[in-house]
Ligand binder design. Structure first.
Ligand code: FAD
Length: 284
């Protein structure tokens, strides 16, 4: 049954400082950014939190800043902002691709990168790209800021390191992937407007015929957005041979823990994840 708007409150302080003060006074307030997750829950009568605080329109969160070493995306950056940015297109093409996969054009106009991360779905499209670009995440609260590797942000199914009253402020991307091989592929029921059955993202830097650097991450492979460290460790420093590709598939299959659900089966997800990894390795 649809929710009744009279059961909810929404405050919109209008500046980041005022939002942080309000959150410090009442950490149970739920941030509402683009609303493309929260309003779906509201629409079907399943939005638990009844006191919301708006991040919509906060200029302090919607920015893309270029520095020589780092590209920083504010949490309020929309997927349309990402798709239209020429620097992201040139240096971080995987992120442009995953932004383009995120729902419809309407979704991409409203939905934010911060919302996709904070929602913490293991099936979300953009976290795997951020993970293979070795992103760091900056959090902010009335007590100050802290920055940590994005790889350490997700703790489990829908669990993150965010503390009460704390917001995602920005994502920092190191600008050193121009020479890397980059790969992302999403497998879903159809090409648009479908949550993935599985996805795999990868970056690698070859050192001659050997793998000098490699990062792998996927969607719907474990209970959270996560790197595939065991498979990376096997591949690092080695030449890609048929034997290594077979070993890599075996390690990947044992490292991931996909589930059977409405979109797919664990068996299918493991088989396809191994195929995608092999496709990437053959391209190196
Ligand atoms: C029709 C439809 C199709 C979709 N398709 C896809 C898809 O293909 N792939 C995909 O990945 N997602 C998809 N989504 C999900 C959604 O669009 C994304 O997750 C989007 O990025 C959410 O961002 P938002 O700003 O709208 O978040 P909101 O709905 O405003 O918030 C989502 C969660 O994040 C929290 N939050 C938001 N901003 C912050 C912040 N700065 N700090 C801390 N917490 C914060 C909120 O409190 C809430 O818990 C789809 C949604 C719809 C409705």
């Amino acid at each position: 049954m649809r929710s009744d708007v009279r059961d909810y409150t929404l405050v919109a302080p209008g500046t980041l400082d005022a939002v942080l003060s309000a959150l410090a006074a009442n950490p149970t307030l739920t941030p509402l950014a683009g609303g493309t997750e929260l309003m779906v829950a509201f629409g079907v009568g399943r939005l638990g939190p009844h006191e919301l605080i708006s991040l919509d329109g906060l200029k302090e969160l919607r920015f893309i800043e270029e520095k020589p070493e780092t590209l920083t995306l504010g949490a309020g950056t929309t997927f349309t902002d990402i798709r239209r940015n020429p620097t992201i297109a040139r240096e971080f093409p995987l992120l442009v691709q995953t932004a383009a996969w995120t729902g419809s054009i309407a979704n991409q106009n409203r939905g934010t990168l911060g919302g996709n991360i904070a929602n913490a779905s293991p099936a979300a499209d953009n976290p795997p790209a951020l993970l293979v670009y070795d992103a760091t995440i900056e959090l902010v609260s009335a007590n100050g800021r802290r920055t940590l590797p994005y790889d350490e942000f997700h703790l489990g199914y829908k669990k993150t390191v965010l503390l009460p009253g704390e917001l995602i402020y920005a994502i920092h991307l190191p600008r050193r992937f121009a020479q890397h091989r980059q790969y992302v592929r999403k497998v879903g029921t159809r090409n648009a407007q479908a949550i993935s059955k599985i996805a795999l993202a990868a970056t690698a830097l070859m050192d001659g015929s050997h793998v000098g650097e490699i990062r792998l991450a996927g969607a719907s492979l474990v209970d959270r957005p996560a790197r595939l460290h065991a498979t990376e460790a096997l591949l690092l420093g080695k030449a890609i041979t048929p034997e290594l590709r077979t070993q890599a598939a075996a390690v990947l299959a044992s490292e991931i823990k996909p589930i059977d659900d409405i979109r797919s089966t664990a068996k299918y997800r493991i088989a396809v994840a191994c195929n995608l990894l092999d496709e990437f390795l053959l391209s190196l």
